[in-house]
Every structure is written in C-alpha cells, then in structure tokens.
Design a protein around this ligand. Structure first.
Ligand SMILES: C[S@@+](CC[C@H](N)C(=O)[O-])C[C@H]1O[C@@H](n2cnc3c(N)ncnc32)[C@H](O)[C@@H]1O
Length: 226
C-alpha cells in the first residue's frame, strides 16, 4: 500500500478514538505544545490561517481561542474532518478534504500555515512545503509542530520504551487498530533519522527558519518565513 493510502486508512480508522488517545498518551501536554507554537508564530486576530493536516481540529481551535477568525482546515481524512465539524460550530464550510502536496488554493492566500503532528505523515514532504510556500503571502509564516527523538540518551531510552511498548499496547486496545499505533513510533523513528526540517524548508524557498525544542526535546517547533 502506498503511504497516502496507508495514512488515510489509519486516520479514517482511528478517528473516533483519536482525541481521547492523543490526550491520554501525551498526558494532555499536547495542548501546551500547540499553544506554545501559536504564540511563537505571533498568530493574532488579523491572521488568515490555513491549518493543514488539521485532523479533529485542536490546532485550529486553539488558534480560534487566541482570536483568529479566518481559519481554514485541510486534511486527507474525511473521518477526522467530520469530527472536527462536530467539535465546533464555526468550522462548517471551512474544511477541505485534500492532501498537503496538492493544495489547490490560490497563490499568496494566507498569512499563516500551521501543521501539528502532520508533516511526518506526508508522502512527499518537499512538495508539501513547496505548496505551503506558494499559497503563503510574502512575509507569511509556516509553523510546524512535530515529534523528534530526544538527544539525551537516557531520556531517549525512556521515550523509546514508552513509544515502542506502552503506547502501541494502549493504542491497540482502545482503537483496535494494531497498525495505527505501531505506525506512530515507526514514523517518528524514521522521520527523525532521515528528515532535516530546516533543509527541506529552505529547499522549498523559505527563509529565516528557526527550530525550537520543547519538553526534553521530544517535540520541535519550526517556523519559516516566505
Ligand atoms: C497525528 S494527526 C494530527 C491532527 C491535528 N493536527 C492535531 O494536532 O491533533 C495527523 C493528521 O495528518 C493528516 N495527514 C496525513 N498526511 C496528510 C497529507 N499528506 N495531507 C493532508 N493531511 C494529512 C491525517 O489525516 C491526520 O488527520
């Protein structure tokens, strides 16, 4: 199965358990990470935001709470988008089922693009970043929140033990989708080993790329400017 089909199948399948598992398995710290990323991006009430790989909408909902009113969400999983619609009364008509790599918005449409825990799943990261660059206005920002492997070997050991043993075990029981919660640690491992976010962002045409780490280096927040 190709990556696009595999990722769609997984998120369509676990969608109804996604929020519950996400907050349980992260201990709720995922809310803090999203908020921190939005603050670092200086999102404000004048922002025109596209939240890509929006899933059930937590990043977009956090942006809305920070005063942003022009928000569009995009995701390849219909079931995740359906749940986003059920969680908010403002998202109807503002959600698009699409892959990041083939977004059809006009050039220079948005001041901000956000992606939380999504780019790791893209089937073609460079194409995704190129489309971000095309549809952002000049001076606009792309903000990417993503997992990474911590550099401290002790923390990395604890993290990998949790990610490879506890997380798939609980995820499998609750979501009843074994592939989904073995895919998660594997995708973080693979992404971390192969992908230099900064290099891809620069190659896609972005400048002023900064990367910050949070929570013992298990997540990274990349911000890039057009
Ligand atoms: C781990 S979830 C993150 C959802 C949400 N951003 C959050 O913070 O909870 C990853 C999402 O990325 C979406 N996704 C994966 N690959 C994608 C792609 N190539 N284009 C658009 N969405 C994609 C999945 O359908 C899924 O909803």
């Amino acid at each position: 199965m190709n990556k696009k089909k595999q990722v769609r199948r997984i998120f369509d399948s676990i969608s109804y358990r996604y929020d519950f598992l996400n907050h349980l398995l992260s201990g709720g710290v995922d809310f803090y990470w999203r908020k921190k990323a939005l603050k670092l991006s200086k999102i404000n009430k004048d922002s025109i935001l596209l939240d890509i790989a929006c899933g059930t909408g937590d990043f977009a909902i956090a942006a809305r709470r920070m005063g942003v009113t022009k928000i569009i969400g995009a995701d390849l999983s219909f079931n995740m988008l359906k749940l986003f619609n059920q969680k908010s009364d403002w998202s109807k008509g503002n959600l698009v089922e699409t892959v990041a790599e083939e977004i059809s918005f006009k050039d220079n449409s948005f001041t901000n693009i956000t992606v939380a825990f999504g780019v790791r799943n893209f089937y073609n990261l460079l194409e995704g970043f190129k489309s971000f660059h095309r549809i952002l206005k000049t001076g606009g920002k792309a903000t990417i929140l993503e997992f990474r492997l911590p550099s401290n070997s002790f923390i990395k050991w604890i993290y990998l033990f949790y990610f490879k043993n506890i997380l798939p075990f609980i995820g499998n029981i609750i979501s009843k989708d074994k592939e989904a919660y073995t895919y998660l640690p594997e995708s973080v491992d693979e992404f971390d080993a192969k992908v230099d976010l900064k290099k891809y962002l620069l190659e896609a045409g972005f400048s002023n790329v900064t990367i910050q780490q949070a929570t013992f280096g298990i997540v990274q927040i990349a911000i890039a400017e057009k």
